[in-house]
Design a protein around this ligand. Structure first.
Ligand code: PLP
Length: 485
């Protein structure tokens, strides 16, 4: 493809994306295809000769779009949001066009320095401690995901706990222990397995009625394990759990971790970015106790996947765990210790120039634009919770400090509540206007309404509420009819 051909087809692709965004609200949110449908629409062999670009674009419409669940749809209220935006896409496009590798400072100095700078900006915007700044002992880096961030946090913690020994002799699987709650994201247990500790190393600390980790239970667990000869390595506290956005109390957990010499990792994958709004920062009071912290700009901060913002308070622990310098990567800047080489902060060697899209997003929206986006999601969720609170068909089952509301539908006596709730969910999702997901709270199936797609307005949330009420009435009438028969 020559630069001129690229220019022409590039414009076509940008037009295609803009048209997709313009019509997305008219598409069914959840893909209606059955397993195998997408592959059945594809030829069995790849093309022997190149095809016209128009044919590729036509297949986007014919094969790909029907097989998509539209995460940017205004009615997408499932899981957590996975925002993207114009400036993010354009930043990614420039990154792809530049095609540079930012594995070491020397391989493209701008890739490293822009990333350091943007992460320092974000640390300030989120009110994170100064130790996380690149000008201090710590620093920030873009990771591919919070799952990846949880893994590298654990590797750094193991390195610190082992006094460097882990790098030479590996982990001590029967000795090291890691502390989570039953609400912690599964990626932390996956990290424990990948690190070679095995799931038995995971200690599940009790939660309180709001599903937040109990500090006293953590303290008791740590003391008991130490008395039995275990070496506690890391506590993972979550700000905004995946299931219900419960918040573990950092200000109380922090001193306990410090007393025990345990690494405190804060997983704020979804909720952390909300701290751009000063009035929401109280949720993570005590964050200054954290040894590491992760939040995903690719969930709720107008930036496309992948853009995990990860900070450590002591970068030496992280690079101590991960740095290896083979001869073919040696260079004067690295040898002089004058630069940061981000390959030593992550699992992979190669790395894309992901800071560009974050920079584009920040410059286009400004801090105020980001705050407005978060505030709007939170305000809509609070309104929805208010409607549900005032309605005897639904219970708001957990605290809802941010943009997720968990609703427990009430059903007549004798009805299997979990089956009824799942039936309501399927009915709503089959309708195509909205898409919700579920979780269990205290053993009961509940509906999660996660607001935060950039296009979702009050009208969409009102419509989702109307559909929930209609669906509930329809099912309740159906149950009453069956009971009467
Ligand atoms: N941690 C928490 C608290 C999450 O909610 C999630 C995803 O929802 C993750 C980690 C995993 O995020 P990622 O997809 O960035 O790995």
């Amino acid at each position: 493809m020559t630069p001129e051909q690229f220019r022409r087809h590039g414009h076509e692709v940008v037009d295609w994306i803009a048209d997709y965004w313009a019509r997305i609200g008219s598409l069914p949110v959840r893909s209606p295809v059955a397993p195998g449908d997408v592959r059945a629409a594809l030829p069995s062999a790849p093309p022997e000769d190149g095809e016209p670009f128009e044919a590729v674009l036509a297949d986007l419409d014919r094969v790909v779009v029907p097989g998509l669940t539209h995460w940017q749809h205004p009615g997408f209220l499932g899981y957590f949001p996975a925002n993207t935006s114009g400036p993010s896409v354009l930043g990614d496009l420039v990154s792809a066009g530049l095609g540079v590798q930012g594995m070491s400072w020397v391989t493209s100095p701008a890739a490293t320095e822009l990333e350091q700078h943007v992460l320092d900006w974000f640390a300030g915007l989120l009110g994170l401690p100064e130790t996380f700044l690149s000008t201090g002992p710590g620093g920030g880096v873009v990771q591919d995901s919070s799952s990846g961030a949880n893994l590298v946090a654990l590797l750094a913690a193991l390195h610190r706990a082992g006094g460097g020994e882990t790098v030479r002799s590996g982990v001590r699987p029967d000795e090291y222990t890691v502390y989570v709650s039953a609400e912690t994201h599964s990626s932390m247990e996956k990290a424990v397995r990948i690190a070679g500790l095995g799931s038995d190393a995971v200690r599940i600390v009790e939660v309180d009625g709001d599903l937040a980790m109990r500090p006293q239970s953590l303290r008791a667990r740590l003391e008991r394990d130490v008395a039995r000869g275990y070496r506690p390595v890391l506590v993972c506290a979550t700000v905004g759990t995946t299931s219900t956005t419960a918040v573990d109390p950092l200000a109380e957990l922090g001193p306990i971790c410090r007393d025990a010499g345990v690494w405190l990792h804060v997983d704020a994958a979804y909720a952390g970015v909300s701290a751009v709004v000063p009035e929401l920062r109280g949720l993570q009071a005590g964050v200054e106790w954290a040894d590491s912290y992760t939040t995903d700009a690719h969930k709720w901060l107008l930036t496309g996947f992948d853009a995990t913002l990860f900070w450590v308070a002591d970068r030496a622990a992280l690079t101590g765990a991960l740095a290896i310098l083979p001869e073919y990567l040696r260079n004067a800047a690295t040898d002089a210790g004058a630069v940061v080489d981000y390959r030593d902060w992550q699992i992979e060697l190669g790395r894309r120039f992901r800071a560009l899209k974050l920079w584009f997003v920040l410059r286009w929206y400004g801090a105020e634009g980001l705050r407005a986006h978060i505030r709007s999601g939170v305000a809509l969720a609070q309104e929805l919770a208010g409607w549900a609170d005032a309605d005897d068909r639904f219970d708001v089952v957990t605290p809802h400090p941010l943009s997720l509301v968990c609703l427990g539908p009430r059903w007549p006596e004798g009805v299997d509540a979990d089956v009824a709730t799942m039936t309501l969910l399927e009915r709503l999702n089959d309708g195509g206007e909205v898409f919700l997901t579920h979780t269990t709270v205290r053993g009961q199936v509940v509906l999660r309404v996660a607001i935060g797609a950039p296009t979702t307005t009050r009208a969409h949330v009102e419509r989702a509420w109307a559909l929930l009420c209609e669906g509930h009435d329809w099912l309740a009438a159906d149950f009453a009819e069956s009971a009467a028969e």
